[in-house]
Design a protein around this ligand. Sequence first.
Ligand code: MTE
Length: 359
Amino acid sequence: MHGKRHDMTVHSDQPYNAEPPPSALAGSDLTPTDAFYCRNHGPVPDLDPGSWRLRVDGRVATPLTLSLDDLRGRLPEATETATLQCAGNRRAGLTAVRDIPGEAPWGPAATATATWTGVRLTDVLDAAGLADGATDVEFVGADVSDAADPPQEFGGSVPLRKARMPEVLLAWAMNDEPLSPVHGAPLRVVVPGYIGARSVKWLQRIEVRDRPSANFFQASTYRLLPPDAPVTATPGEGVELGLVAVNSDFLRPDDGSSHPAGPVTVAGYAFAGGDRTVVRVDVSSDGGATWAQADLGTQASPWAWRHWSATVDVPRGTTEVLARAWDSSAALQPERPEQVWNPKGYVNNSWARLRLRGV
Ligand code: MTE
């Protein structure tokens, strides 16, 4: 369905939410589109690219209505390789600590990396011209989500200083192919380094504002609440999520798999958002008493994850292998999911754990 691999874990059909087996993300810095996770809060809209228009308004000098041809014809094309990561990535580790009703137990594959092609958001903002008081840029999609209270189009904003950065794109292509409907055709935002929720799909409106978005998916969800808070936040409660915290997980071999006792090569990804990058990944097979540094792969762009690998010794019986990443601000993943549990199950960046059986 939706051009995805047959072995996706489908968290829900309607709306379509799915992630691939972790091993599908290994082996290549760029994720094949058929293995790229999908996260939707409403039905996939069926938009006709010919009649589709993008409205740019709010605190701008000249409100604009742009067609795809306008964007392609008037502005320079830009391409960026960037990792998207959902704030709910690895939620399963938090669900195991305490139930998280109403939220799918996403595994470690609600993240992936693609090349995105389109125009720079900052060029569109220049075309409209900014008016006084502009501080935030809101994106609104064409999909109406019943999960929102009240039901509304999916949206969210980023600070103007991020919107002005050259890496923030309005993209019509993914991995050199036209964007597919499920990934936001005809146009989506790509905000590298921010939680996936800000990369709004089926973009139909950009509003330049003097404050952050009041959209349900920014003001009331995708917020970090204290563990004892009620699940439904009042708008503005808790910490608004934005920059992606340093995180990592295993991609190979499969959790729970059996191997001849002896050396086993394990591999995974690590990612840090904002303007931070992953600088080190440690692996332990003795519960964290000692750590060895994994081999870090190349980084396809400053906005992309890094793959890593290490060889660990697996004796007979069950061994738990641990991994933890450090970013360029010397932030280290926290040890246990209990330490980061929150009522909506966001940002599980606790150490990665993989059980292997030596036989
Ligand atoms: N944009 C719209 N319009 N509607 C959505 O439900 N989901 C967001 C974001 N953009 C969403 C959206 C979330 S939470 C994530 S993680 C990413 O899209 C996922 O992008 P993908 O489905 O292309 O992988």
